[in-house]
Write a protein that binds this ligand. Sequence first.
Ligand SMILES: [Zn+2]
Length: 191
Amino acid sequence: MVETVVDSPCPVCGKKTLVYRAEELDLPYFGKCLETTMICKNCGFRHADVMMLEVHEPMLYEFTIHDEEDLNVKVIRSTSGTIEIPELGAKIEPGPLSEAFITTVEGVLNRIVNVLVQLMHDNPDMKDKINEILRKIGYIRHGKMVAKIILKDPLGNSGIVSEKVRRRRLSEKEIKELKLGEIIYEIRRGY
Ligand SMILES: [Zn+2]
């Protein structure tokens, strides 16, 4: 792991206490990938991203969750990746606060559960609808319901690590429909 002191101030507390960490990982089917994290040692601000060092094509990955074993499959989601689980009506899109994560299929389901619980707390009238989705997640976890997890990344920095995954290049039309991470958007606006 490499740690570098950053010369610019922290976007949250304004102190020059940022460090940048980079760690190289070697993933089956992908080759080398770089996990980067910016951390503020003063206020705890953190921003993570992940970059594939060998594959850079705009890609779509589709993985079908059949059984409990499939929950352990690794999912790499960079800040430009969009994750969809159509069976749950769930979508994780890049946005200003989007964080990269390296997790498992189970980790993705857990993230969705956390969002749903928060949503239920904020919107009690949606309780029945949300409970129905939570029940489905329970079925998926126990291999009682088949669901697809689709991951699209126009920059090719995300992926699902399994020999059972189906992957193909994204079409130009599909690329246009995807949102990109905030940083890229700002560069395009000419900052
Ligand atoms: Zn800070």
